[in-house]
Design a protein around this ligand. Structure first.
Ligand SMILES: *[C@@H]1O[C@H](CO)[C@@H](O)[C@H](O)[C@H]1NC(C)=O
Ligand SMILES: *[C@@H]1O[C@H](CO)[C@@H](O)[C@H](O)[C@H]1NC(C)=O
Ligand SMILES: *[C@@H]1O[C@H](CO)[C@@H](O)[C@H](O)[C@H]1NC(C)=O
Ligand SMILES: *[C@@H]1O[C@H](CO)[C@@H](O)[C@H](O)[C@H]1NC(C)=O
Ligand SMILES: *[C@@H]1O[C@H](CO)[C@@H](O)[C@H](O)[C@H]1NC(C)=O
Ligand SMILES: *[C@@H]1O[C@H](CO)[C@@H](O)[C@H](O)[C@H]1NC(C)=O
Ligand SMILES: *[C@@H]1O[C@H](CO)[C@@H](O)[C@H](O)[C@H]1NC(C)=O
Length: 543
């Protein structure tokens, strides 16, 4: 209480009106890794960026935001409603937003064939940031001179999700370009099968809601186990499975696995929960669970715990199962089954907002060879999938037995990575020429993990995560990192918030939930101290 009061006296005035200008275009090198791109590629491409110089004074820092896996416009919107503007206010920073190669309109090639996607990878994208900052085209912006480049100005990166990962990797790889970095909800460990994502939801979400989900999945999985396979290796659609599929009105799904993949779609809503009501879907998980637990909220789940044997199954448990299936089906039928018919390649924006889900909504593309092999620039879904198939992974199967499953166990890794084979023709040799060819596809996650994994650390590199983030296991606050962050003091774990929760901000920080406000205050203080440190060391150099 006291803390809140004190802070509200010394916090900031509402942020000034945003004046981000752009997009501008920068001539970026197609490759930094190879001497020159192979014949058929241009040497450079036009990379888009935005700048906000409204607060900038000579000697101020640059706040750098990488748009990562989203079009630049999405990052511009996020900056306008987020903590970045508050930090910029506090240190009179210039804001610079850079679109990642291939995303948005920073096209590198005229289409997205496998050969043309070869320069879409984190290594090249990190080198882009270094080259861009070192060669920042100050001449194009009134009031700037060459001192705006990293040698003369501290560049401080802020990023959330993969943008945060890149901020952290930049700090480690290019410390002369990026003076400090804040990485928010940043995945640092790439892993092919991130089943821990679902387990995190299972352990943290409303237990009754979770029990409805695991019960429905368990019921269908029991049926699947008895169904057997046809000559193509597909699960046979028995009359009972057909009945379930029609109950959910997922009649367009031709296979049992596609059906169960669609049923799992709402699980992605957990990470979109937010304290900030302006965020899309901020309460959608709660609505989903209200639907699932409707009319069974008052029964006692302990009286029919998971372990009870079918022989001893009580009438009450049968009733619970029936109601669970009926509630889940009702939700899907009314709120999802209609939307699942949309052609995903045309819903660019929603694809991007969902690209953080390990459980995909893009089943139609994934399993349709014709669809998945379209390579025109409109097939933006290919971009993150390419990165998933060639370096990040993040496919999620069910939790291993004997843990209860939130997702059908029929959705095995082979099914989930089918997109890698269908869309990219599974040319492992092409992706990593030095490795021997293998029959079974494995995502070469070491391309990411070599940057430091969950224990990455560097001076002036700070991590923020939320305890409720389903990605927590692959972040700097992963249990795999032990108590590293406590001993290094370079991280903040928010106890009652989840994925990306401190990225958005209110115009007045004192109106935010206390934990968010304190995190924002801390970020501002840290950046101030980094800028002070720069000024100190710059003076030292001059002496
Ligand atoms: C090279 O750049 C030009 C001009 O931007 C563009 O029209 C052309 O498609 C590019 N070619 C390749 C192979 O990327
Ligand atoms: C893709 O673009 C390349 C040029 O980079 C061109 O040679 C090739 O024919 C195009 N392929 C398709 C399928 O459009
Ligand atoms: C850049 O401009 C600032 C003032 O706006 C000046 O102090 C500084 O010397 C200039 N640097 C260069 C390299 O011209
Ligand atoms: C089932 O979905 C179709 C669209 O795929 C829709 O036209 C129909 O009304 C839905 N039926 C029910 C009972 O919700
Ligand atoms: C069920 O979910 C929908 C969609 O999120 C929501 O509009 C509705 O209010 C929910 N129903 C209940 C009973 O919460
Ligand atoms: C794949 O998509 C095409 C449209 O691009 C459609 O005509 C075809 O029926 C689909 N195939 C399957 C197996 O769904
Ligand atoms: C990442 O680091 C953690 C903790 O040191 C370790 O347990 C894990 O195996 C590493 N993962 C990879 C893919 O290297």
């Amino acid at each position: 209480m006291l803390v809140t009061k004190l802070l509200s006296l010394c916090l900031f005035a509402p942020v000034a009106l945003a004046s981000l200008q752009g997009p501008f275009r920068f001539s970026q090198l197609t490759t930094h890794v190879q001497q020159a791109p192979p014949p058929g590629f241009n040497h450079t491409f036009q990379q888009r960026y935005w700048v906000d110089l409204s607060r900038y004074r000579a000697g101020s820092p640059v706040l750098f935001v990488d748009a990562a896996d989203k079009p630049g416009e999405t990052a511009v919107q996020a900056v306008k409603h987020g903590i970045v503007e508050h930090i910029a206010d506090a240190v009179s920073a210039a804001i610079v937003i850079l679109e990642q190669r291939y995303y948005g309109q920073s096209y590198v090639t005229p289409n997205l064939t496998v050969a043309n996607l070869q320069f879409l990878n984190t290594e090249e994208a990190l080198a882009d940031i270094a080259y861009f900052s070192s060669n920042f085209p100050y001449e194009a912006h009134a009031g700037l001179n060459s001192s705006i480049r990293p040698g003369g100005t501290p560049w401080i990166a802020y990023g959330s999700w993969v943008s945060g990962s890149k901020a952290a990797f930049m700090r480690k790889l290019y410390p002369d370009n990026i003076w400090g970095a804040i990485a928010s909800s940043a995945p640092l460990m790439a892993v092919e099968n991130v089943w821990q994502y679902l387990e995190a939801i299972r352990l943290r979400a409303d237990p009754l809601c979770v029990q409805v989900i695991t019960t429905v999945v368990g019921e269908v999985d029991d049926e699947i186990e008895q169904a057997g396979f046809d000559e193509h290796g597909e699960i046979i659609m028995t009359p009972m499975l057909l009945y379930y599929r029609d109950l959910f009105n997922l009649t367009r799904e031709k296979t049992v696995r596609d059906f169960m993949n669609q049923v799992a779609t709402p699980l992605g809503l957990w990470q979109r929960r937010s304290w900030d009501p302006s965020q899309e879907d901020h309460s959608a998980w709660e609505y989903f669970c209200n639907n699932l637990t409707w009319s069974i909220a008052l029964s006692d789940p302990d009286s029919f715990s998971q372990g009870s044997s079918p022989v001893m199954e009580s009438e009450q448990y049968s009733q619970f199962k029936r109601q669970s299936i009926s509630n889940y089906a009702h939700y899907i039928r009314h709120y999802l089954a209609v939307g699942h018919q949309k052609n995903p390649s045309q819903t660019t924006e929603s694809l991007h907002t969902h690209s953080h889900d390990p459980v995909s909504i893009k089943g139609e593309i994934r399993r349709n060879r014709t669809e998945s092999q379209k390579t025109d620039l409109g097939q933006v879904w290919r971009l993150w999938y390419w990165q998933a198939c060639t370096e990040w992974g993040y496919f999620s199967t069910a939790e291993p037995a004997p843990l209860p499953a939130m997702l059908s166990r029929s959705l095995n890794l082979y099914y989930l990575t089918e997109v890698c084979r269908f869309a990219f023709d599974y040319h492992r040799q092409l992706i990593l020429p030095l490795l021997p060819a293998a029959d079974d596809y494995r995502v070469p996650v070491e391309r990411i993990n070599k940057y430091g994994n969950v224990t990455i650390a560097s001076p002036r590199l700070f991590f923020v995560n939320g305890e409720l983030d389903p990605w927590l296991d692959v972040t700097s606050h992963s249990p795999l990192a032990g108590d590293l962050r406590e001993s290094t003091g370079d991280g903040l774990l928010l106890r009652s918030h989840g994925y990306g929760s401190e990225t958005s901000a209110l115009p007045r920080l004192e109106d935010e939930p206390t934990e968010i406000m304190l995190a924002h205050q801390k970020e501002i203080d840290i950046v101030k101290s980094w800028v002070a440190k720069w000024k100190g060391s710059a003076q030292f150099n001059e002496l």
